[in-house]
Design a protein around this ligand. Structure first.
Ligand code: NAD
Length: 439
């Protein structure tokens, strides 16, 4: 295969693929890098790469050239690892990727037989489909999906442990289209995958492209969050590392897939109150915690978006299924759906509400107080007969994850709007008037 772009990713890919027994021709416009590689030397400093390069160049498994035409004529697959640096305004500079795509297209113009193209560079959603494919087609006069295929295969290696990471990826994600060329390229790529029990995910281009950004954004969030924990612990004389060691030992709620799926705003009797309390405490010690302070604002803007989705349907009669902040509780304190209901009533909409866990007769203490302050007429809106609640509704809002609601959505007349705030059904795209909150 050819590897286009002999920086950190391309160099590591080249030596690791050679180590697995493949013959790799590296391509880079930088003559110095090409000369170094052909002399058996690594153009980057990275654990084990220098020895691997010396060995595989000597064995004829790795070579380099500045000519994409030359490399592509000799290979079946190109792995594109060119740089995609950021511009000052945060947008991506795609010059290298556009040029590499055009170079591939130029080489393909005179080449017979199918060719696979793998994008390993980190690119924003839509780039493989709307930038790479058109550039190759324009320069080659050939058709994507037929004469050549393109897939997006984000790289997850970390500098410093890149060879290990290349051979032990946390997952392999291959994005593409349903066309035969894309599928064939994915098969070619997966036949090169290092052995191991890492998950393999085949998906659409845009999902694969976005997955890489979300990983890195999450990693950045983890670092920044850990540092904010340090900043609040330090003035209080609390060992932040001990706190985070305890945090990390909770693999049920903290280091797990809990609380990470897009859905309704957070609420309930603990999260909003405790975020406010820790923020207050930090402010009183003059500690700046931009992430933690902004959690409440982020949550509020999410709740506003939910309200807007409902108002945008233009309907007047709305049924709400699920009022408490999660299924299986009658706790209404700071339940986001109570806030949603309050705002919809304020806009003059007529509501009927079903939540089989909530009975006004049983609400006491802080729970009852919260309702009397926010939804004093809840008694007139709440009905324990779901069919009566749905009767006459022009829109149905799913407010919590009570599993019974999925069947309700499926039996509704298609003319009724469904605003699903919790993704009660996995694929609402079949329903003409379905709208999810973030999907
Ligand atoms: P890099 O800047 O080290 O190397 C890019 C190479 O591409 C350079 O040698 C450059 O000369 C070459 N190049 C430019 N135009 C070319 C062309 N038309 N044809 C062939 N080669 C060309 O970049 P990198 O750090 O290896 O990153 C490459 C991509 O992988 C980026 O999109 C990056 O975001 C992504 N990525 C990087 C890492 C990492 O740890 N460095 C990890 C995962 C993903």
């Amino acid at each position: 295969m050819s590897v286009l772009g002999l920086g950190y990713v391309g160099t590591v890919s080249a030596v690791c693929l050679a180590e697995a027994g493949h013959t790799v021709i590296g391509v880079d416009p930088n003559q110095t890098k090409v000369d170094l590689i052909n002399a058996g030397k690594s153009p980057i400093v990275e654990d084990r790469v220098a020895e691997m390069m010396a060995e595989h160049v000597a064995a004829g498994r790795v070579s380099a050239t500045t000519s994409a035409d030359e490399a592509i004529a000799e290979t079946d697959l190109a792995i594109v690892c060119v740089g995609t640096p950021g511009n000052d305004n945060g947008s991506l500079d795609l010059t290298h990727l556009e040029r590499a795509s055009a170079n591939i297209g130029h080489a393909l113009a005179d080449r017979d037989g199918f060719f696979g193209v793998v994008i390993r560079s980190t690119v924003l959603p839509g780039t493989s489909r709307n930038v790479v494919i058109p550039a190759i087609e324009a320069a080659s006069g050939k058709r994507s999906g037929v004469d050549f295929g393109v897939v997006m295969n984000p790289e997850f290696l970390r500098e410093g442990s890149a060879v290990y990471d290349f051979n032990n990826p946390p997952k392999i994600v291959v994005g593409g289209t349903d066309d035969e060329g894309s599928q064939r390229t994915a098969d070619m790529l997966l036949s090169l995958a290092p052995p191991g029990d890492h998950p393999v995910i085949r998906t659409r281009f845009e999902v694969a492209e976005m997955a890489k950004y979300i990983d890195n954004t999450w990693h950045a969030l983890k670092v920044a969050f850990g540092n904010e924990v340090g900043r609040i612990c330090e003035p209080l004389g609390i060992d932040s590392h001990q706190v985070m060691d305890i945090f990390c030992q909770d693999t049920k709620l903290n280091i797990s897939d809990k609380y990470l799926k897009p859905g309704m705003a957070f609420g309930g009797s603990c999260l909003p109150k405790d975020v406010r309390a820790v923020s207050y405490h930090a402010r009183s010690h003059d500690v700046d915690l931009p992430i933690i302070y902004n959690l409440t604002a982020s949550n509020e803007s999410h709740l506003e978006r939910a309200v807007k989705l409902i108002l945008d349907t233009g309907v007047r009669d709305v049924a709400i299924l699920g009022l408490s902040f999660k299924a299986g509780t009658d706790d209404l304190r700071e339940a986001p759906m109570v806030e949603v209901a309050e705002r919809l009533l304020g806009k003059g909409l007529r509501l009927s509400i079903y939540d089989h866990n909530v009975s006004l007769a049983f609400l006491t203490g802080a729970n009852a107080r919260f309702i009397s302050e926010h939804l004093p007429h809840l008694g007139q809106l709440l009905d324990d007969d779901i069919d009566r609640v749905l009767d006459g509704a022009e829109a149905v809002v799913i407010g919590n994850g009570n599993p019974d609601f999925a069947a309700v959505v499926e039996r509704l007349d298609p003319s009724i709007h469904v605003i699903d705030l919790v993704r009660i059904i996995d694929d609402g795209s079949e329903l003409p008037n379905y709208q999810g909150l973030g999907w």
